[in-house]
Design a protein around this ligand. Sequence first.
Ligand code: NAP
Length: 305
Amino acid sequence: MTQVFDRIAIIGVGLIGASIARGAAEFGAAGSVALYDASEAARARLRELAIGEVFDDAASAVAGADLVVLATPVGAMGYALEAAAPGLKPGAIVTDVGSVKGAVISATNTHVPAHAFHVPGHPIAGTEHSGPDAGFSTLFKGRWHILTPLEDTRPEYAQAVDKLEAFWRALGANVERMDAERHDVVLAVVSHLPHLIAFNIVAMAEDLESVTESEVVKYSASGFRDFTRIAASDPTMWRDVFLNNREAVLEVLGRFSEDLAALQRAIRWGDGKTLYDLFDRARRMRREVIDAGQDTAAPNWGREN
Ligand code: NAP
């Protein structure tokens, strides 16, 4: 048990926010937790779940908090902080968990008062579920948390970054620091593009007239179902990711489309060597993911069927 903060406040309490609230309590990272969500239904549910003190407005929720975590969809972060800002106490650390960093920093930074410290971040952890009930305390265990500190030369700023790092470590995360621009390109490759491809394949399969929907579902264990898991992620969250990481996604998507065209050509011309070499490289990448502890080596990905 490492208590890092006396009191934290979470604004936007769905999958990620509720996981932080549960983790902070279970691992003793915070003395107390204040919660605010814009949705009345979510606030009512949070009162039933009793994972923190629920407030009916953002400014009251953050009053007295040493750490404020914005965990709304990316497109709402600026509005969420604008509403909370009047309640921020001197020395408070403001962070967020947005999947995009450049655009979120632009939307939030102007609302951080001079007496607070702004340290953006992003946990590389999640599930396809959303809402307060989806949260669980061990979501961040063994996962990476990326901090994207700003250029703030105040000596206390470095201490604020260290403190926030200690908080995420207390929740079981491994922490790395990088600049926001790099974060957005890396995430476009490892997360945003794979999601876009999954959304597209699943929607395309539904549209295909030559196969009925029931056949797609019936034979889905041949590969399709793994795309459906990724494509089941929250539509609001993902709409905001693509609207807010446009440049990096378009850059990576351009490269992807070129490589796909090369594969198409190899299939058309019966170029087995090109196909084999690419599949072999891809398979080795899978090994690296397992060796890095990011997935299981169990047969069938640890599934029972
Ligand atoms: P979620 O389960 O949908 O929860 C977000 C909550 O924020 C909802 O209850 C939403 O209410 C509320 N909200 C919206 N606008 C608000 C505002 N202005 N003030 C206060 N609350 C507001 O979403 P999530 O999956 O936890 O994602 C939250 C953030 O984490 C996103 O920025 C996402 O990019 C990031 N993230 C997600 C994952 C993941 O796998 N899900 C992983 C890493 C990072 P309504 O439903 O009424 O809009």
